[in-house]
Design a protein. Structure first.
Length: 659
């Protein structure tokens, strides 16, 4: 795409303004939140939710580490304020590189978008012509607001689940030309005054491709009932973007993702449209909620990645905490209600399409409104997104801190019944399961909970590596699932102490795990598998070793680091997996050598090579044949850091404990 009004002009403009912008940065920090502390709205939310005090990690300006991440994002959500000070949000892009750094602390945008009905495009580029009754976009008119115009953005790469937030000023731009359908090619320069990047949990992977839109306005105005097509979009949307503001000098754009239908329609009547969405457990910065606390208004954009339809909303917000949240969404401690002031629904208005690759394993079941459940006569439940229900049927305490748990799975309904899994397709050996313990551990919000303050912001959704291959029963809808876990936190504490005479049933949110961590087996694979495990990092191998040992045990080598107190786990694993002890080098550290001397002797007699010391680089590199070997590593952070250095020239894949 060529810049008709050259991007060089924007670069020159940026360069001329950079010095003055930098000298004013200290003053801007007070207005725009560019500081190590928080503004009053954020502080109030932190107080209400009992968030420990910490510095604001937002970076002043366009941080260098975000340059490539922004440029590699095919989509960017933009937000601005209208003439009444109301936030609006849009979503542009379709191709990598349409938004990129063009100078120090400046981003340039070159893309095509709906110039007829897109509210952000209208607000940024419309001008008041002499004699005209209203503001309108004029082709090739350079718009350069005096002092810039408040603006924010969120670059997002759905294939890698990456995002970067940016806030600052729209300083110059133009719509170059428009098609007969009203699609305009735009260019703009965005002065970035703050950035913050991370990789969020609740993003569903999608592949994005460009598309030529043909926008058609189906609904527009104040106090209008949402049309049928907009309601259908809300029912399937798994992602939307929200703009908020702090005064009229600062904005924030963020996303909310999760299961399809996470944004619920509470009321849809002429003059009264209300939306509600849950706030899932996240990084606990609460920048969006902080803005809403101080200025309770927001702008939403809800995209349909399949059709290009799009819903734009601006409205007034209410942050719901504790009982007020659960009164709308059962099992929810924190939610946001949006009373819609103005809505636009545009058919085929987006310049891209997206196809689903994979759903986030962190997505909780969709949370339906209490009013919805009352209407259909059901009781509050996990919702239609539940894959299965897991019932705890067996517990084997291996060490004081490690135990094996067996669940009986009963397949449940899915939001899309044509994609319902069978017991054979639920998961592959080496993958993990995500379970929702919220119904058991989430007892509602309280202002003070000194015994367990972390639980106030915990959704109790946990992910565990499955430590055995699928074990089926004669019943086609039942299957056994086994996990081996270390006791740490409220969820494993619950599993440890649960009375097995009473059923413990938890929703299964999903299964996941990298295909790259599936071990090759058979002589024909031509690969020497070197598995490096730390503690319970042995679990991915436990689910795959039997098949690998049966096919070609000579191709497998296990290097396992273990604390002396956890040696009973090694005994248990070797009892279950015949032949694994013969290919294992075990490194034992920590206290308890004398107490476990008999266990050490027993393991040595079985063929395990045992070293009573920490692992060294030469221990790793002597295993397998160079050129044939691949290292599969599942360890804690400290050892993984060392392995990354030792194996920098080797074929290495890894799985962390941090799902």
């Amino acid at each position: 795409m060529t810049f008709h009004i050259s991007i060089c002009a924007f670069v020159v403009y940026a360069a001329l303004t950079t010095l003055s912008a930098q000298t004013e940065l200290a003053e801007s920090m007070a207005t725009l939140g560019l500081r190590s502390n928080w503004h009053s709205g954020e502080e109030e939310v932190h107080r209400l939710l009992r968030v420990p005090h910490g510095d604001n990690p937002t970076y002043p300006g366009l941080a260098p580490q975000y340059h490539r991440r922004i440029m590699n994002s095919p989509l960017v959500a933009f937000g601005t304020l209208d003439q009444q000070g109301r936030p609006w949000t849009t979503l542009w892009g379709g191709e990598v590189g349409f938004c990129r750094p063009i100078a120090n602390n400046f981003l340039g945008v070159n893309t095509k978008a709906d110039a007829l009905f897109d509210p952000v495009m209208q607000e940024l580029f419309a001008v008041q012509e002499e004699g005209a009754s209203e503001r309108q976009i004029v082709d090739e008119r350079l718009v350069k607001p005096d002092g810039g115009r408040v603006m924010a953005a969120l670059s997002i790469d759905l294939e890698t689940r990456d995002r970067v937030k940016a806030a600052g000023r729209f300083v110059a731009g133009a719509v170059i030309s428009r098609t007969d359908d009203g699609v305009g090619e735009l260019q703009l320069a965005f002065e970035v005054q703050e950035t913050l990047g991370n990789c969020p949990k609740y993003l569903n992977k999608k592949h994005i491709t460009p598309h030529s839109p043909h926008p058609e306005l189906l609904s527009n105005g104040n106090g209008l009932q949402l049309p049928k097509e907009a309601v259908e979009l809300l029912q399937k949307a798994d992602l939307f973007f929200i703009s908020s503001k702090h005064g009229n000098g600062s904005m924030d754009v963020n996303h909310r993702g999760g299961p399809p239908g996470l944004l619920r329609l509470d009321r849809n009547e002429a003059g009264s449209v209300t939306l509600v969405f849950p706030e899932y457990s996240g990084n606990r910065l609460y920048q969006t909620l902080g803005n809403l606390q101080a200025d309770p208004v927001c702008g939403l954009v809800v995209p349909d990645f399949e059709t290009g339809n799009v819903l734009y909303v601006t409205g007034r917000t209410t942050t719901l905490i504790g009982d007020k949240a659960s009164a709308y969404l059962p099992h929810t401690n924190l939610a946001v209600k949006v009373d819609v002031d103005e809505v636009r629904f545009v058919k085929d208005g987006l310049p891209f399409r997206g196809t689903v690759i994979d759903y986030s394993p962190y997505n909780p079941p969709v949370r339906r409104l209490l009013s919805e459940q009352q209407q259909d006569g059901s009781t509050p439940d996990a919702g239609p997104g539940t894959i299965a229900t897991a019932t705890l049927v067996q517990r084997d305490i291996i060490t004081p801190t490690i135990a094996r748990f067996v669940f009986d799975l009963t397949l449940g309904p899915l939001a899309s019944k044509d994609k319902a899994p069978t017991k054979e397709s639920l998961w592959q050996p080496g993958q993990h399961v995500t379970l929702d313990f919220g119904p058991e551990l989430d007892h509602g919000w309280s202002h003070m909970r000194e015994d367990d303050p972390q639980s106030l912001n915990d959704d109790f959704v946990r992910t565990f590596t499955i430590s055995a291959p699928p074990s089926t029963s004669p019943d086609p809808k039942r299957v056994e699932l086994e996990i081996t876990a270390r006791r740490h936190g409220p969820v494993t504490g619950l599993l440890w102490k649960w009375n097995l005479r009473a059923p413990l049933e938890v929703p299964v949110v999903g299964f996941g795990g990298s295909d790259g961590f599936r071990l090759p087996y058979g002589k024909e694979s031509g690969t020497d598998v070197v598995f490096v495990a730390g503690g319970v990092g042995i679990t991915p191998l436990m689910a795959q070793a039997k098949k690998l040992l049966e096919s070609d045990k000579k191709s497998l080598k296990l290097l396992w680091t273990l604390r002396a107190g956890d040696l009973p786990l090694a005994v248990k694993v070797f009892e279950q997996l015949e032949g694994l002890d013969k290919v294992t080098n075990l490194f034992v550290t920590g206290r308890g050598m004398e107490q476990n001397s008999e266990t050490l002797k027993r393991l040595r007699m079985s063929g395990v090579v045992i070293e009573e010391r920490r692992v060294r680089s030469e221990d790793i590199l002597e295993l397998g044949e160079k050129g044939r070997r691949r290292y599969y590593c599942c360890t804690g952070t400290t050892l993984m850091t060392e392995l990354s250095k030792w194996l920098k020239d080797e074929d290495m894949v890894y799985e962390s404990f941090n799902y």
